[in-house]
Design a protein around this ligand. Sequence first.
Ligand SMILES: [Zn+2]
Length: 166
Amino acid sequence: MASVKAGVLRDILIESLSDGHVAVLDKLEDPKYDEDVASELDLKATIVRTLLNDLHENGLVEYQRTKNKKTGWYTYLWVRRDDKVSEYGQKYLNSRLKRLSTQLDDETQTVTFQCACMRVPYEAAIESNFNCPVCKGDFTECDNSGIIDDIVGEVSRLNSLLTMIA
Ligand SMILES: [Zn+2]
């Protein structure tokens, strides 16, 4: 894995999951039991198991379960799936982009009004006679160009990340 790509994927994991999840992944450079990961990170085993389960739900780790014949308890040996990280990153970015595109459509196609305390659709502003029932201020047409700029900026950031991990 090229280092730029690895760095971008790491940032995506932190952004979409958390530092804790990435710390757990870092400890799985070879397969390990959850108690061992917990003691290496100086965390409670229950916390590490929660993090591992999240990672498992996202296909980023797998486990091998074995039954201890003496105790009857199961132990889980966790294995990191480095081959899945890139796919995970692409899925995450694409779903964020999809949501942003819907948001952008909303922002460009609808007119909204605002007062000091809230932002409402055109219909609601008319209904209340352009006067906010809560703060008693006037509803004026909302200038959402800043919001639109932010969305457009975020879309271009995510698209360039997508190119970097492709
Ligand atoms: Zn108000």
